[in-house]
Design a protein around this ligand. Sequence first.
Ligand code: HEM
Length: 156
Amino acid sequence: MLSRLQCPQIADAAALLARFRITDSDLALVKKFRREDNADLENYIEEFYKWLTPQPFFSHFFPDERRVGVTKAAQLEYMREFFAADIDDAYVESRREIGSVHARVDLPLDIYIAGVSVNFENCVEILASRRQAHATIAADAAGDFQADVLRHDDHR
Ligand code: HEM
């Protein structure tokens, strides 16, 4: 078992970023992703609840609609802050507080990580569809160019 000395609690943002090898250029990419993501963040929340609502544990953690509403609003703010990608000590502290809210309701870690995985999947899907859209635009542009060349040839 690791002692606290071997696995210290990291308090400051810079040390955490270094531990996870998150660089300024990684953060710049997150910001870029957000800027170019036309789908609004509400979409992430909706996708997340599409997964969460049918789970067998859902009603245990969300016994009423009010808690769902309050949590959705908090998660939207969470996503805004996440994509702002300004990782300072205050950000780390705010994430720690959110972690302690989940600990207070005894949310098992594997369920939380499953939620993170769902969010990650949603990001990947957005990236993939964006890449597809770019490929389609490029193919259309190439098609238009070809048609222009042919038309030009016809008139010679
Ligand atoms: C990426 C994953 C997740 C994120 C980003 C997230 C984010 C949040 C945030 C920001 C809050 C509000 C914390 C506060 O009051 O300050 C919250 C509360 C809560 N979350 Fe999560 N959450 C995640 C996964 C989950 C999962 C998988 C569950 C499973 C049921 C869950 C259950 C809850 C519950 C029940 C509350 C309300 C606790 C209370 O106020 O009594 N969360 N979450």
